[in-house]
Write a protein of this length. Structure first.
Length: 131
């Protein structure tokens, strides 16, 4: 693994390189270290509006880097209750701290059972090894 690469054990991962930190009936969502590293320096995070409904496995936002524009895929369904303004104002925060200050949105989870289909850290690392 590259020196800064990390996949915290307390998160759940989507195969499209998004993560969810489940906190009761809410979840914080973001993109993984692998995603931000593959994209390169982010220059734009175009997030959803508060109140928007996200559907698991569907795009809910875009991130743009110096290399490409990429859809952000929802690992869980739910209603957006907060958008990280720091990620909007300073998208490079996502590169610097993808699991901390670089989170993207907080949602009220619609179906807690959806998290059962997400990967744990070990399974996500195994998925990356196959790419």
């Amino acid at each position: 693994m590259p020196p800064n690469e990390s996949y915290p054990e307390d998160l759940r991962y989507h195969t499209e390189h998004d993560w969810a930190r489940i906190e009761g009936d809410e979840a914080v969502l973001g993109i993984t270290w692998y995603a931000q590293d593959s994209l390169g320096e982010l220059v734009l995070f175009d997030g959803p509006e508060v109140g928007a409904m996200l559907q698991k496995d569907e795009s809910y936002a875009e991130v743009e880097s110096v290399k490409a524009v990429s859809d952000v895929i929802a690992p869980l369904s739910g209603e957006v209750v907060a958008v990280n303004q720091k990620a909007v104002d300073e998208p490079e925060t996502v590169n610097e701290d993808p699991y901390g200050e670089g989170w993207l949105v907080r949602i009220r989870v619609a179906d807690a059972g959806e998290s059962d289909s997400l990967l744990d850290a070990a399974a996500y690392r195994a998925h990356l090894a196959e790419l």
